[in-house]
Design a binder for this molecule. Structure first.
Ligand SMILES: Cc1ncc(COP(=O)(O)O)c(C=O)c1O
Length: 383
């Protein structure tokens, strides 16, 4: 018998599609992948070199649980130089991917039976993290009409005495929505007034195309927790490295959790990450950001021409969350048919929540424009 909470944990539906895509590829079919949520670029070479140097120098032991002191300092400087804000290294906690950071925050902030507010559609793992705390995820429906952004009013209306926490991501997965600093500040204020905590997931920070990257750390430090990662902008998904910024009073709690849950984040990755924050790597990363913008600017009008409904071009991340209601009744079977008949893989809305999932699909522009051109032709053929 497994624990009862496991029954609530949903697998990713897209994984079945991916498995089928692999089968088709093994049969010699060419599949175009628009479902993958990670950059197609490999990690910048200076970062790979730094990882190899760390290995050659025998940096193969644990670091302190909160992270390599040099990396925490380097991130503190990163905030000072890029965002002009003072975030002390002492508040920065290095984690094995932001996934572990999110679980640590949930463990520290959520009691069994608590309610946690989450935008829907949103990153699917969050509600599963809530279930792992024997708590209840509560959907805040967001839509193209409100720019996919939860409003302070919505938060207040959904809050009750059992609600302890709200989470939001900017830029967001799957919508690419970016909160303006005013919208973010209004949410921070609302949560403060309600006496709860706010987690802002900034793991797509750096991948914004209309405005300079921003951070919620500009605001209140007592009720706010920021999650970040080397996965997306820095192109280091496989190195499993992220970080948290927590209020000063939570540092000993995070230390205790880190000691028990993972002892330390991967040491080689932490040395490599030091290089990722340096100018040489950032130049490469900014070129990649430009490439993502060009891809977005290609795919967005193409999808519209095909009959998908999209509001504003999403401002960040590398996703387009398209309404397919004029083209099909059920995005899930649409995804399966598109893969079987045309060899194009996209993610069904069902992976992102319960808010009209059958009307939506997520296209990830994590592949070249040439491949996307082919995908667009194939989708047109299918339609
Ligand atoms: C919004 C969001 N948060 C967190 C994660 C977890 O990423 P990682 O554990 O690689 O840092 C992802 C991954 O896709 C994501 O999309």
């Amino acid at each position: 018998m497994t624990a009862k909470r496991i029954a609530n944990i949903q697998p990713f539906y897209v994984m079945d599609l991916l498995a089928r895509a692999r089968e088709l590829q093994a049969q010699g079919r060419e599949v175009i992948h628009l479902e993958v949520g990670e950059p197609d670029f490999t990690t910048p070479q200076p970062v790979i070199d730094a990882g190899q140097r760390a290995l050659a120098e025998g940096k193969t032991h644990y670091t302190p649980a909160l992270g390599l002191p040099e990396l925490r300092e380097a991130l503190s400087r990163w905030y000072a130089e890029r965002f002009d804000i003072d975030v002390s290294a002492g508040r920065i906690v290095i984690t094995p991917g932001s996934s572990t950071g999110l679980q640590m925050l949930m463990s520290a902030l959520v009691d069994p039976g608590d309610r946690v507010l989450l935008p829907d559609p949103g990153y699917p793992c969050n509600r599963n993290f809530v279930y792992l705390c024997d708590a209840e995820p509560v959907s805040l429906a967001v839509s193209a009409e409100n720019e996919w952004i939860p409003t302070p009013r919505q938060v207040a209306d959904s809050w009750d005495s059992n609600t302890s926490l709200m989470m939001v991501a900017s830029p967001a997965n799957p919508t690419g929505a970016v909160l303006s600093q005013q919208q973010l500040e209004a949410l921070v204020q609302q949560i403060k007034t309600l006496g709860g905590y706010l987690i802002v997931d900034e793991i797509y920070q750096g991948l914004s195309y209309e405005t300079a990257p921003a951070t919620a750390l500009e605001f209140d430090a007592e009720h706010l927790f920021v999650v970040n990662s080397f996965s997306k902008y820095f192109g280091m998904t496989g190195w499993r490295l992220g970080w948290l910024v927590v209020p000063e009073s939570f540092v000993p709690i995070m230390d205790k959790l880190a000691q028990n849950l993972y002892l330390s984040a991967p040491t080689i990755s932490q040395y490599a990450a030091l290089e990722a924050l340096k100018a040489e790597s950032v130049t490469i990363l900014e070129q990649r950001r430009d490439a993502f913008r060009q891809r977005r600017d290609y795919l967005y009008p193409q999808l519209q021409q095909l009959g998908f409904k999209l509001s504003q071009p999403p401002q960040g991340a590398f996703y387009l969350y398209a309404d397919c209601s004029e083209l099909c009744d059920d995005s899930f079977s649409f995804c399966h048919q598109l893969l079987e008949e045309q060899g194009v893989a996209v993610t069904p809305g069902r992976d992102f929540g319960n808010n009209r999932p059958q009307q939506h699909l997520r296209f990830a522009y994590t592949t070249s424009i040439v491949k996307m051109q082919k995908a667009v032709e194939r989708i047109a053929g299918y339609l």
